[in-house]
Ligand binder design. Structure first.
Ligand SMILES: NC(=O)c1ccc[n+]([C@@H]2O[C@H](COP(=O)([O-])OP(=O)(O)OC[C@H]3O[C@@H](n4cnc5c(N)ncnc54)[C@H](O)[C@@H]3O)[C@@H](O)[C@H]2O)c1
Ligand SMILES: O=P(O)(O)OC[C@H](O)CO
Length: 297
């Protein structure tokens, strides 16, 4: 009987299912039936002692409420990257109402699903306040993925969510053809910005200069493989957000996370100029006006 199951069969769920099927049988489930090996019902998946949950951040609260009942001894790995826009709550806070803290971990680090599903090498971080969660999950991962451990759950979560907003900014920058200097400046100031934001919530500095922060930011903010970066390219072309997202057909977490960061920054008086401009552009501000304001500020 399989021990591990992936919940959510989007791009990341399928890539993780592929990776976790290399050494053992791994089940997968999603809302709609898919033609994937070892696809099972949600009920069957939820019976596994090890679960990997790969559904978008904005849907998690509702999904947990309607579907999830923690079974004693289960270990959960959260694969989503985002902050809930309606409440500003981090995913670990949402999950804390359903899963004991010593039984949950969060994956972070540079990892395009499109490359993982081809078996290309990468390095990830499994973040959990309990190292036991890392020890339990690590053996499931294939040889082409190196998994590090960190106890900084909040740092990894903020870095993974914030970089999506910065990737939108970077896409806008490239879409406006502002050049390599501008993109490098934006990315490095973005890194400072996410670190400052994280500090307010107790995140460790080291998470931002490692795989979860700089690693994922450099990846996402400089590649058209990133959905968030592509949203930025579309915005620079003055396309409507609705049309960009329709065309994308997949989740771009940075859109809602920009809203969450904006609200949290206002509430806690955190200086977050790039995330703020991304939020304003998503609300209709012209990207060129944002650029002027960023250069001036
Ligand atoms: N794609 C990547 O390269 C990648 C890498 C690392 C992390 N992530 C993160 O993983 C998460 C999922 O991304 P993705 O790439 O799989 O997105 P996707 O758009 O490809 O798929 C999202 C999946 O979530 C499911 N879903 C949506 N709403 C749901 C609900 N209410 N209940 C149950 N299932 C629901 C959809 O059916 C779909 O299967 C995001 O938070 C993303 O940031 C993605
Ligand atoms: O395609 P994106 O922008 O959602 O990024 C995917 C991953 O988070 C990259 O690590």
């Amino acid at each position: 009987m399989a021990k591990i199951a992936v919940i959510g069969a989007g791009k990341w769920g399928q890539a993780l299912h592929f990776a976790l099927s290399q050494k053992q049988e791994c089940l997968i489930t999603s809302r709609t039936k898919r033609d994937i090996k070892n696809f099972v019902t949600l009920e069957e998946a939820l019976n596994c002692p090890y679960l990997v949950i790969a559904i978008p951040a904005q849907q998690i609260r509702e999904w947990l409420k309607n579907n999830f009942k923690y079974k004693e001894g289960q270990k959960i790995l959260v694969a989503s990257k985002g902050i809930e826009a309606s409440t500003g709550e981090f995913l670990n806070e949402i999950y804390s109402k359903y899963v004991p803290e010593d039984s949950i971990g969060f994956i972070s680090g540079p990892s395009f699903a499109a490359e993982v599903i081809k078996g290309l090498p990468c390095a990830l971080v499994l973040n959990s306040t309990s190292k036991k969660v890392y020890d339990k999950f690590k053996p499931f991962f294939p040889d082409f993925i190196k998994v590090y451990y960190s106890s900084d759950v909040v740092g990894a979560e903020i870095a993974g969510a914030y970089k999506n907003v910065l990737a939108i900014a970077s896409g806008i920058c490239d879409g406006l053809q502002l050049g390599n200097n501008a993109r490098a400046s934006l990315i490095s100031r973005g890194l400072v910005e996410m670190k400052r934001f994280g500090k307010k919530f107790g995140a460790k500095k080291s998470s931002f200069i490692g795989l979860s922060g700089a690693g994922d930011l450099f990846l996402t903010a400089s590649s058209t493989l990133s959905r968030n970066y592509r949203v930025g390219l579309g915005l620079a072309q003055n396309k409507k957000l609705e049309d960009i997202l329709d065309e994308l057909g997949e989740v771009a977490e940075g859109v809602k996370t920009a809203e969450a960061i904006y609200k949290l920054s206002e509430e806690y008086s955190i200086y977050s100029p790039i995330a703020r401009e991304v939020k304003l552009i998503l609300d209709g501000k012209h990207p060129k006006d944002s650029l002027k304001d960023l250069l001036r500020g």
